[in-house]
Design a protein around this ligand. Structure first.
Ligand code: UDP
Length: 276
């Protein structure tokens, strides 16, 4: 099979456009299996992002971020607003496929299949603690390399990755930096999968706790994060995320009444086109 045919497998996954993002309509289990299949096949690096409401809002106003998203090979629904919207549109996504859950399922499968992984991001202390924790959870996991996220020489990091020959690169530089970095360097990355994982290493290191499962299930994980880091996150969750509401209604109306026109929403689209 040629490298192009392998990438084609990921491309066959159905996408639905929510908030102008082509979201893979796939379960967490199937996403893991597809990515592992990619990781075991020869070919170019596949850029994988997990989207949420604040990404959708940023895409509308930040051209560089929008271009980074356009370079992604697969985008999964991390945030509950995407799931709710898909249901309101009548095209339900099976469930969330979060960066942190994908990170764990990929580590588990990678350890079973001896696929080397590389950790890129977080502070040096967090990175080391996360690596120890991972080796405890998955003793056969091959961590072929790691680098903290406060580097200044991209070329040196690219060389480190090349020397480590990972199948999977986990990029934990926070958003939007990680998406921009992956999009910029994907053609030169010597790995098969580059997955953006945000603050996952801080959770893995035990520095940050994840929201209790009931809160996750009702879409309130953001509230938990806000309680833990109010000064850093209040703007994101209280000012930025609500801006997704017009996009939500636009997508629901378009999906439910496709033959009607919605001048107000066309205006949003036109403003975007004018800016790009
Ligand atoms: N980070 C990094 N380099 C940077 C900025 C941030 O490695 O230049 C790391 C930071 O140490 C933390 C993570 O990125 O581990 C921040 O993730 P955040 O919680 O903001 O990510 P989100 O999941 O919200 O995108």
């Amino acid at each position: 099979m040629s490298p192009d045919e392998h990438v084609a497998l990921l491309r066959t996954v159905e996408r639905i456009s929510i908030f102008d993002i082509p979201i893979c309509r796939i379960s967490h289990k199937a996403a893991t299996a597809t990515l592992i299949h990619e990781a075991e096949s020869p070919g170019q690096c596949v850029a994988v992002f997990t989207a949420n409401a604040d990404h959708a809002v940023r895409i509308q106003r930040d051209e560089a971020f929008r271009r980074a998203y356009q370079a992604a090979d697969a985008i999964f629904a991390d945030g509950m607003p995407l799931i709710w919207t898909s249901h309101l549109m009548g095209q339900p996504l099976p469930a969330r496929v979060t960066g942190i859950d994908l990170f764990h399922s990929l580590c588990e499968k990678a350890s079973e299949r001896k696929l080397p992984c590389f950790l890129l991001g977080a502070t040096q202390a967090v990175l080391e603690e996360a690596a120890v924790s991972l080796q405890t959870k998955y003793p056969s996991l091959i961590l072929s390399g790691q680098c903290n996220g406060y580097f200044h020489d991209d070329e040196a990091v690219l060389r480190l990755i090349e020397e480590a020959h990972p199948a999977i690169l986990f990029v934990a530089l926070g958003s939007p930096k990680q998406e921009a970095w992956i999009a910029k360097y994907a053609p030169r990355l010597h790995c098969r999968i580059a997955l953006a994982i945000g603050g996952t290493l801080d959770v893995e290191a035990g520095r940050v706790s994840r929201a209790p499962v009931p809160l996750q299930k009702i879409g309130m994980e953001w509230f938990w994060r806000l309680l833990l880091e109010p000064s850093r996150l209040w703007r994101r969750y209280l000012l930025e995320c609500p801006r997704v509401l017009p996009l939500l209604w636009r997508d629901v109306l378009r999906a439910r009444f496709p033959t009607s026109t919605y001048p107000i929403f066309e205006k949003i689209g036109q403003e975007r086109k004018d800016r790009s």
